[in-house]
Write a protein that binds this ligand. Structure first.
Ligand code: GTP
Ligand code: SPV
Ligand code: MN
Length: 628
């Protein structure tokens, strides 16, 4: 990590301190603990942003990219030890361990407070402390909520400026008495010690001892030691998922790891979908889908998080609480996601991608032919002979949502959009068909609860290993996962026949040769078309083991270069493999003890019953219609 020269004058271009005694008292208390050299109240103005970029370029925190090619674009290189969310260092500090549940790391709140006091004491010495007021969701919207992040990272300030509605307008509402969530962040690299000894700063300061902590009872976030993504941009996973899931449980709404889409069909009818896929499994891609079938139009509303609540008409309404995309760079190309690529033309922060000789960016998958020479994400020379990727597999772009040409006029609607369909997906090489429809809401909750996926680079861990990722919320649910399922079941009762229909999808099924069976990307519009035709009542479906499947001929594969065998393989359900999967589900459920909702036990029994009705020899997984 390169060292940087100290900046002698602290920034003096922020907002004035607000007329908000509660905020002033909290900020004073955190300043007393962390001992920054200066306090900067973030206004959210353009001048402020430009000044921060200029300072970060001057001290080497950011590299300005070729401004003719990519105006307003910058590159950050993180420490090699700080490249993804650290789930092993993410804690839910509820009073009782059982309320965090078996899938979360629990820590005793009193003990964690002591630890945090120790870690945060003096941790901002030599630095400026930034106070960022922000809104998750359109300012003042019924579903929206406010927060304040304190951070000592200017990279976090400009990133929060893209990812949230940050600045004066949010502070005005907070000062007027609206509810807000406090969030404290430090990279954990003070520049002066207690005795006055100084050290130079790094271009990516951080600490190996990381704590990403949540206090659901007092609704606070404290994050120490990392500057990366969801560890540091506290509006995202920490607030909009972990704390918001607790708020949603208590207030009767849902905070979900879901993209949101608007699809307009050939008849002009509009549909809205939300889809939960685990990290790095294609949410951003699907959110910017360019359909390969004619006369379907897709608009983006959100790519990662959805807040949803029942509206006055009894339907489920969803907003995107974020204002930007923090998307996976590798694999993004003109072929896979031209909309995202075009959005990155200007005003984008790239983190851990490779740098070309003419000051542009590159990552694996951007072009078929890599450039002959690059500077890789570690800042080293790189050529195509290198055995290391040039861009880190979890390298990302940070860009305002409004820069995507596909953004929907509805994306800022504070009332949200009424959902017709919810999709659950994961990366599954086998067993899970391209698309299937849940029998009803309870079955849909069972499908969501049993989602499993191959591990990706978005979190530390062995890439490729199969892990259960219920509702794609495994690392993001702020309370006991079994209680969360119960909350979903209750929501279904409340929504009744107004509830969105639930489908399961899998773009990642592989054939015998180990190749993806489904082309994916733009062609994902095809199974989605089938789901929407189901909602519109235009097509029938066949009952099968894992849900209802498209009847022969109903999935639009016109113009696709696909064999009948491959198509069948995409939907094949092997009763033996499903029986094994049911056994694994039973084991998985057992850890939740008596918190497991009875409805899910009943769903497992119903799955086994469907398996038993399937003739093993046929292997289609379809149950004869007479019996269904
Ligand atoms: P987070 O931001 O981590 O929550 O992830 P995300 O779900 O938004 O991930 P993203 O859309 O960025 O997808 C990441 C990876 O999935 C990239 O490597 C894509 O190339 C790959 N991917 C996306 N859609 C498809 C698809 O339809 N088929 C295949 N085979 N790969 C896909
Ligand atoms: C994810 O991992 O699901 C992300 C990226 O969206 S991060 O914000 O780092 O959590
Ligand atoms: Mn995500």
């Amino acid at each position: 990590m390169a060292q940087i020269q100290p900046c002698p004058t602290a920034s003096s271009f922020g907002a004035d301190a607000p007329n908000a005694p509660e905020v002033l008292a909290w900020v004073a208390q955190i300043a007393e603990l962390t001992q920054p050299d200066a306090i900067h109240w973030v206004s959210g103005s353009r001048a402020e942003r430009d000044q921060l970029y200029a300072e970060m370029v001057a001290d080497g925190t950011l590299i300005a990219l070729n401004q003719d090619k990519r105006p307003g674009c910058y590159l950050a290189r993180s420490a090699p030890s700080d490249v993804a969310r650290v789930e092993s260092r993410t804690f839910i500090c509820s009073e009782r361990e059982a309320d965090a549940g078996p899938t979360n790391n629990w820590a005793d709140p009193a003990q964690m407070r002591q630890t945090l006091r120790r870690k945060f004491r003096g941790c901002m010495r030599g630095r400026t402390m930034y106070v960022i007021p922000f809104s998750m969701g359109p300012l003042g919207g019924d579903i929206s909520k406010l927060g304040i992040e304190i951070t000592d990272s200017p990279y976090v300030v400009v990133s929060m400026g893209i990812m949230t509605r940050a600045g004066d307008a949010a502070m005005e509402r907070i000062a007027a008495g609206e509810y807000w969530v406090p969030a404290v962040h430090s990279v954990g690299y003070p520049l002066r010690d207690e005795a006055g000894g100084v050290r130079l700063d790094l271009t990516w300061p951080c600490d190996d001892d990381k704590y990403i902590t949540h206090f659901p009872q007092t609704r606070e976030i404290w994050s120490y030691g990392s500057g990366y993504g969801g560890n540091a941009l506290l509006g995202k996973k920490c607030y909009a998922l972990r704390i918001a899931s607790v708020l949603g449980r208590d207030e009767g709404w849902l905070a979900e790891h879901m993209l949101i889409l608007r699809v307009t069909g050939p008849s002009g009818r509009r549909f809205h979908l939300a889809a939960a896929f685990p990290s790095a499994c294609g949410k951003t891609n699907l959110a910017m889908l360019r359909p390969t079938i004619e006369s379907w139009q897709v608009e983006t509303i959100g790519d990662d998080i959805a807040w949803m609540r029942p509206g006055a008409d009894g339907r489920l309404y969803a907003i995107n609480p974020e204002a930007g995309f923090f998307g996976v760079a590798p694999g993004t190309s003109e072929q896979t996601n031209p909309t995202a690529l075009a959005a990155l033309d200007h005003d984008t922060i790239f983190t851990n991608v490779a740098l070309t000789d003419d000051g542009d960016v590159w990552w694996e998958g951007l072009t078929d032919q890599p450039p002959a020479h690059l500077i890789d994400w570690r800042g080293q020379d790189w050529t195509p002979d290198s055995d290391q990727p040039a861009a880190h597999p979890n390298s990302r772009f940070t860009v305002r949502a409004s820069q995507a040409a596909s953004i929907s006029p509805a994306w800022q609607d504070p009332a949200g959009v009424p959902l017709d369909v919810i999709l659950f997906g994961g990366r599954r090489a086998s067993n899970v068909p391209l698309i299937s429809e849940s029998y009803d809401w309870e079955h849909g909750v069972f499908v969501g609860a049993t989602v499993s996926s191959e591990q990706t680079a978005a979190a530390e861990g062995a890439v490729g290993a199969l892990r259960r990722d219920p509702f794609a919320m495994l690392p993001f649910c702020g309370y006991n996962m079994a209680d969360y399922w119960a909350h979903w079941l209750k929501m279904g009762q409340r929504l009744g026949d107004q509830a969105p229909r639930i489908f399961q999808v899998n773009w990642f099924r592989k054939g015998a040769g180990g190749k993806f069976l489904w082309p994916g990307f733009g062609d994902n519009s095809r199974p989605i078309e089938w789901a929407l035709r189901r909602v519109a009542g235009e097509v029938e479906a066949d009952d099968a083991i894992s849900g209802r499947l498209p009847r022969k001929g109903d999935l639009n594969v016109a113009g696709l270069d696909m064999t009948e065998t491959a198509l069948e393989a995409l939907f094949a359900l092997d009763p033996k493999a499903w029986a094994a999967e049911a056994d694994l589900t039973e084991e998985y459920f057992a850890q939740f003890g008596d918190r497991l909702p009875a409805a899910l036990v009943a769903q497992l029994a119903a799955l086994r019953e469907r398996i038993s009705r399937c003739p093993v020899a046929v292997h289609s997984g379809r149950i004869s219609r007479a019996k269904a």
